[in-house]
Design a protein around this ligand. Structure first.
Ligand SMILES: C[S@@+](CC[C@H](N)C(=O)[O-])C[C@H]1O[C@@H](n2cnc3c(N)ncnc32)[C@H](O)[C@@H]1O
Length: 316
């Protein structure tokens, strides 16, 4: 049984139903996400881009205060279109590092290995296709150099608070004293601004969510009717959780299979599939998270609107 089949079967047999957002990213999902990053409502990318374009020299100074020869591992690198400014800043300081982008999407790793050396000719790059912690563990076993871990784009928001704490703790356990963890968080702000980012007028977030049903159709011989589900985002300013759902427009039966086992799932009209959380943080919550995971905060780098922060943490 494939892990994808297993996870989809388990998620859609649960009550309430859910799918895992890590499966958004196939070739089509990567392309939709890259378009979404440029949509007027999706402020997250613009804010983090401003931080990395304008403050990379300062960030690189703080990194090189700690070490100048290291492994640079980026968890969930995507197209690295923002990280490239930090990579340039570090190269400008004469840092000696290999860049290891980790991503669950083989497609983005192939694109990065092709594209990045054209933009940064002196970069040493080795892409790692797989899950965050599996690949980080593998690398820490292979190399004893100091580590700088990047986890940008508010990827951490795609976990609830307990999972985020567990992930940061596990990263901390894999690191050595003095190693650095650089994490991007989307900050709490006007709820309407947040909600609009997950409900863009062009419908890219809708297409991004529906693409997972399409992936099930392609990979698991599924028969989801994409017109029979609609996208519903919602933001709770009390918890900071922005959640995306696909809602079944009618009573319907959907089946899919891994070639051996077939499963049929009933959807009631108005029934929701929980697709993704994008959690928003306050600075205090970020500080509590760093402490709970065993890190000391070195610095917060904010954009000019104070909508986003890239926070540099150090393992003691
Ligand atoms: C929201 S995108 C952000 C990409 C990039 N960090 C940025 O800021 O533009 C998330 C990326 O993380 C990858 N990803 C999601 N879950 C993952 C996991 N569990 N392990 C490894 N990569 C993952 C996706 O394939 C995607 O490229």
């Amino acid at each position: 049984m494939s892990k994808f089949y297993d996870d989809v079967k388990q998620g859609l047999s649960s009550n309430p139903k859910r799918l895992y957002s890590k499966y958004f990213y196939d070739k089509v999902g990567d392309a939709i996400f890259q378009q979404l990053m440029h949509s007027p409502e999706y402020y997250l990318s613009e804010c983090e881009l401003e931080i990395l374009q304008q403050q990379s020299a300062d960030i690189a100074d703080q990194v090189t205060d700690h070490f100048n020869e290291f492994d640079l591992i980026e968890l969930g690198a995507g197209d690295a279109s923002k990280s490239v400014f930090l990579l340039q800043g570090l190269l400008d300081k004469g840092s000696d590092f290999t860049y290891y982008p980790v991503d669950i999407s083989q497609n983005v790793i192939e694109q990065l290995e092709d594209k990045l050396p054209k933009i940064l000719p002196s970069i040493q790059i080795k892409g790692l296709n797989g899950e965050y912690l599996t690949m980080l563990k593998q690398l820490t076993e292979q190399s004893s150099k100091p580590k700088l871990i990047l986890f940008l784009g508010a990827n951490i928001g795609n976990m609830n608070m307990d999972h985020a704490t567990t992930l940061c703790q596990k990263v901390q356990e894999l690191l050595k004293p003095g190693d650095l963890f650089f994490i991007g968080f989307d900050l709490k702000k006007n709820p309407l601004t947040i909600l609009a980012a997950y409900n863009d007028k062009a419908g890219l977030t809708r297409d991004f969510n529906l693409n997972l049903l399409s992936r099930i159709n392609k990979k698991l011989a599924g028969n989801f009717d994409l017109d029979a589900f609609y996208h519903y985002p919602n933001y709770d300013p009390m918890t900071g959780a922005c959640k995306s759902y696909l809602i079944s427009a009618k009573d319907q039966e959907v089946s899919f299979s891994d070639g051996k086992d077939e499963v049929s799932i009933h959807f009631k009209q108005h029934e929701a599939i929980f697709m993704e959380i994008s959690r928003k943080y306050s600075i205090e919550e970020i500080e509590d998270l760093a402490k709970a995971a065993g890190f000391e905060i070195t610095n917060h780098f904010l954009d000019s609107k104070k909508w986003f922060v890239d926070s540099l943490w150090r393992k003691n």
